[in-house]
Design a protein around this ligand. Structure first.
Ligand code: ATP
Ligand code: MG
Ligand code: MG
Ligand code: MG
Length: 439
């Protein structure tokens, strides 16, 4: 992409109404624009990162054997009456009446609709296990939308639903989700710690939230610092292997890590004092096992091996896709702007032309642009006729991992400058060497 032809409305001034750094930088970098309280338009740069995060979620769900569908955002209230949640959900549920006086709602989550799909089409245990998921816009009429995309009213969420014959099978699905979530967050450069949590309006007994530690997080968390040493890394996993998934679950959830809702002071005090941490975290996902709560209420049964109908065991599993942008920025930034982890960066490298219009500099930039593009990377070329200082400030704000600076003086010596956004370190090298370093 060439900046002269892009739409990147970077703000000169830091927006005053944004209280936390991720919100400020997303506005300043021209990623989002507020449409109304807690509702945002996604401008090109923000939309691109959103898509990259979404792609990672899809890829990791596919590896776990989960199947993507798409359900509507507007649903009939009837199904929600069946489950009993139409009245129970409260003011976060946005209720809508259509021209025929039908009561509708904007989906805050989709247990009812997916259960209806299941009961309409699946009748035998032989079709199980089955996990369906979607990535779709949700609406919750939050009392206090704030912090930009962190607590929006409209937000983008991955929600998955497993259907299993037995509790054991459903717990395997639970573990499978835990593993796939660990991998998903790590690919985004994040450490998200599974913590025992409370199930809230979804209901159920078993649930873990995934929390990214950050001072600006809305949840208070209590944990054994040893949990922060755990990483999933690039180990192999066979998602069909029940013991293997259970072992990962055990490894990542045995040490003390809880949100304030389930915090147990006595248990916490058993952790050696120097490892006892009280901090704040951002909830970026949650997994639930809730048994037959919805399948019984809505008649989602299958014929078991003995021919008798059994209600299926279910769970649901969410990732806050749009919230993740805020969480990643909270975890990775400096005073000059965002520092995107390689896994989610909107563009792989920025090319800064220090003297636009200089034949040699222009040609060198074009060559770099072509070589990076041909190698399968996406560069962002700042080809505007602007001062170098302004170009650098823009690149720092939008946080691409690498910057290649090209100017007539360097080119006389056959070099360009390659700068890491993270460390700030620069190195001079031949243009070909810079390309080789990035691919
Ligand atoms: P919170 O405790 O922050 O209100 P939740 O527990 O109500 O979140 P879930 O029902 O668990 O949310 O939804 C799954 C995920 O969707 C959450 O883990 C979070 O990452 C994301 N999410 C929930 N509410 C919002 C929101 N208002 N804005 C952005 N993301 C959200
Ligand atoms: Mg909530
Ligand atoms: Mg929560
Ligand atoms: Mg939750």
């Amino acid at each position: 992409m060439r900046l002269s032809r892009y739409f990147l409305p970077v703000l000169k001034e830091s927006p005053r109404d944004a209280q936390i750094v991720s919100h400020r930088y997303m506005l300043q970098a021209g990623m989002i624009k507020q449409a109304s309280a807690g509702i945002y338009s996604w401008l090109p740069l923000g939309f691109k990162v959103l898509r990259r995060i979404e792609d990672i979620v899809h890829e990791e769900q596919a590896k776990a054997g989960h199947i993507a569908i798409q359900m509507p955002t507007i649903q009939s209230a009837d199904l929600w009456r069946e489950s009993g949640r139409y009245d129970a959900y409260g003011d976060e549920l946005l209720r809508i009446t259509d021209r025929h006086d039908h009561e509708m709602l904007f989906t805050p989550t989709a247990e009812e609709l997916v259960t209806d799909i299941f009961r309409s089409h699946v009748s035998s245990y032989k079709s199980l296990p089955l996990t369906l998921y979607q990535i779709q816009w949700k609406f919750r009429d939050e009392r206090r939308p704030r912090f930009g995309v962190m607590r929006g009213r409209e937000f983008y969420m991955k929600d998955g639903y497993n259907f299993d014959l037995t509790k054991e099978d459903a717990l395997h699905a639970y573990n499978r989700h835990l593993v796939s979530y660990l991998r998903t967050y790590e690919r985004m450069g994040l450490q998200a710690i599974p913590m025992r949590a409370d199930s809230g309006p979804i209901g159920g007994d078993d649930t873990h939230e995934f929390l990214v530690l950050a001072e600006t997080g809305e949840s208070e968390v209590f944990y054994d610092s040893a949990v922060t040493d755990l990483t999933f890394g690039d180990r192999d996993i066979d998602y069909d292997n029940v013991d293997q998934c259970a072992a990962v679950m055990e490894e990542f959830t045995t040490k003390y890590a809880r949100t304030d809702e389930t915090h147990d002071e006595a248990l916490f005090n058993e952790v050696p004092e120097e490892r006892r941490k009280v901090a704040r975290g951002i909830e970026v996902g949650q997994i639930f096992y809730f048994g037959t709560k919805y399948s019984e209420a809505m008649g989602a049964t299958v014929q078991g091996p003995d021919g008798k109908p059994v209600p299926v065991h279910m769970g649901s599993h969410g990732i806050g896709v749009s919230r993740l942008l805020g969480a990643i920025i909270e975890a990775s930034h400096d005073d000059n702007g965002i520092i995107w982890p390689e896994g989610v960066t909107p563009y792989h490298a920025g090319i800064v032309n220090l003297k636009q219009g200089d034949a040699e500099a222009d040609a060198a930039c074009e060559a770099l642009y072509a070589q990076l593009t041909n190698a399968g990377l996406e560069p962002l070329y700042d080809d505007r006729d602007e001062r170098a200082g302004g170009k650098f400030a823009t690149m720092d704000m939008i946080g691409l991992p690498w910057r290649i600076t090209v100017g007539p003086r360097g080119l006389k010596n056959g070099v360009v400058e390659l700068t890491s956004r993270k460390t700030g370190e620069s190195e001079e090298m031949a243009p070909e060497a810079a390309v080789a370093r990035l691919v």
